[in-house]
Design a binder for this molecule. Sequence first.
Ligand code: FAD
Length: 834
Amino acid sequence: MKTQVKALVVGGGAVGTSIAYHLAKAGWEDVMLLERDELTSGSTWHAAGLLPLFNMSFATTHIHKYSVDFYKSLEAETGLNAGFAVVGNLRMAQTDARMDEYMLYASTAETCEVPYQWLTPDEIKQRWPLINTEDLKGALYHHTDGYINPADVTQAMAKGARQRGVAIERKWQADAFHWTGEAWEVTCTKMVEKGGNLVPSDEQIVITAEQVVTASGNHAQSTARKLGIKIPAIPVEHQFIVMDKDPALVEYRQQGGKEHPVIRDADAQSYVREERGGWILGVYEKNAPAVFEHGVPDSFRADLFPLDLERIEEQYMAMIHRIPSCEESGLKDDFNGPICYTPDGNPLVGPAPGMRNMWLAEGFSFGITAAGGTGYYLAQMMVDGEAEIDMASLDPKRYSQSWMTTEFAARKNEECYDHDYILHHPDEERPACRPLRTAPAYDRQKARGAQFGFVNGWERPNYYGPLDAPETFDHDARSFRRGDWWQYAVEEAKAIREGVGLIDATAFTKHVVKGPGATRFLDWFTCNKLPKVGRINLTYALTAHGTTRTEYTIVRNGEDSYYLVSAGAWTEYDADFLRKAAADKMGEFGYIEIQDVTTQWGVFAIAGPKSRDVLREVVKDADPDTVLSNKRFPWLSARKIELGMCPVNAIRVAYTGELGWELHHPIEMQNYLFDLLETAGAKHGMKLVGARAQNWLRQEKSYRAFGNELGRDATPLEADLPRFVDMDKDYHGKQAMLDTGVRAKCVTLLIDGPEDADPWGREALYDGDTKVGRLTSGGYSVAFGKSIGMGYVRPDLAVPGTRLKVKMFDRLWEAEIAQDSPYDPTNAAIRKDG
Ligand SMILES: Cc1cc2nc3c(=O)[nH]c(=O)nc-3n(C[C@H](O)[C@H](O)[C@H](O)COP(=O)(O)OP(=O)(O)OC[C@H]3O[C@@H](n4cnc5c(N)ncnc54)[C@H](O)[C@@H]3O)c2cc1C
């Protein structure tokens, strides 16, 4: 057995096997796959094997699409047939809201080149007469996916991997990981059988690996402990039952009837597929418990839990309603196995927090579907430095180590499981484990009607609803169209355009970067000129491929002292990259100190033509009339001011595009400041404003948002932000950015959409009948009285005045590319003096 490898992949389920295969395919020699038991002995062996292509996420849809195409090619490569039954996938809708949801799924599918069809209940009945369609509105049908044999596809990938030189070692468990500074020394223990259990023997070896990937499935908690980090991947029980032959189905097939597609009855929380003349029923039921919160016992190997029929009774009855002929079929077999979840249902794929050359591929709840694509894109990240799609939404660091716990992960994962088939509104907010991270003003905001969103654990007001709103108000207000919350956001947006509003931006990520090496480091790390002392700049840290890794507002507090503000959802994602880059460059640039001060500073953003008037009421200065004037406090500058008794680091910038300031204040003084501003603001009609209105307003100014327009799949030049890109200096990712050119360009569109809906930022853009791009943001513009969106189009079309179409609710709607910053293009409102 080798003890020196380029890459060690830990875990021989579908995911780890695919990663090993794709690392070898990408050109790495010396890849080893280590499995503590037998290949597929984790969750992989008992999966139902469904390969659903549809997904609401752009990245995940790409991953699934790759898998489906790749699995179809495996037999030719390896000679092994993985039993891919391309029967299609039928998502049935019982309500209009479900049809709306599918139309949004279809939008994402369209932007990823995934084909689909709409079927009416009659068309379903004609094709598959055993299905009861009487209560259906319609269905979304996808004919290129289906189901596969999970063990066979894993074995086929393993054979392909071996053919490409991968060493596969079974019955070895990775037990300890030690980073030497250049490589990982992984202590591995030979596993042996003892009384039916798999237990460690005394035999150990140390494998030295330049790179390590963990794909340990249900053992993620044990992996986390060995690595000394937290991984929010904890399994939940998941059941499916196999039924005896259904005589009507047997007859239908004997008479030449085509195999049924995988039938998804989301409104009945279940899926059904054929299995040897009978049916398999899989369910996403309520109250399925999380398991193995503190590790998998030695006694649990390729095992299952006892079936809990009572828990799935409702779904079972619903199946009899949907396929009445199955009523007499008995139960042939049952599977209740651990299925790994994460709090948001997306797997955790990417660099491990705080470590070098350590990659996680954990928490897969649809790991058979995702294995192929995960292997492909993760191998790109490891071998080439970046994947061709932005993998940020899967990055393990989206849950910060500082606040995430096992209890949080377990309860959130249970919720995620039982929410699998609920209506997934794009503005969905889930209640479990909340409130958890609250800024001091939370109670005050709640008392004023705030309906909160969940951002990296923080509670952040989305909008302010009615004061006497019941607990369920926000849930009831949701829609795929304009929900009942919409009018509240409209009033908030208007308040900022016409008067003044106060937004809580405490969740922002904040870092202090200082020390003798700080200036040279940041100059190399970011693509814009560094600001002068007392000034601020918007800038971007790039990936090695020249795309956007992070957007920063940089405040320069001193020659070598900086305060960096970035998106609230990405604290650890940003911190990890910043710290690693600084550590790499310290030898060259000198000592650099980095502090994450996110939880020390609260932030209120006050904005609107009357914002100066409100602040003037409370600012303490020898000359309060001029302290906020353009002369003493120009746009894009930072000043230390005092508001009443609260010391505030004020930054003159507003993400809404109005006159405004961000008020960074000591978090323990937040309630004092809130009360002070609220009282002063009352005289000027100040309104509390949430994140939804802010998101609309920033689109009127063409301000790109991180995670939407800005990410690792586009350079700042493609985001059309040349004014923030310094062509004269040298910095990380510059040459790659220039070499990439402009493949697509970011634009803002004003849209004549449906009366009752706005785009969500996932819709396809058309020029005539030709698809030419996609939206990455969407919403409503109070300034223009119509829908607005931002997105990427073919560069030749990125010209103001170009007329395009947006696909919403299965129709094409007129849209026009607006000039950049369609609202107040000269920034007169922001620069207003007073
Ligand atoms: C009832 C049921 C039905 C399902 N149906 C579907 C479906 O239809 N479609 C779908 O896409 N998904 C389905 N799933 C989910 C799917 O099974 C999982 O997402 C998938 O198998 C995860 O693969 P994996 O490789 O991540 O994990 P696993 O298959 O669990 O593999 C992890 C491997 O790592 C090994 N390991 C762990 N720690 C170590 C260590 N320290 N050293 C060495 N080896 C180690 C384990 O022994 C194990 O073999 C289903 C799950 C269940 C429970």
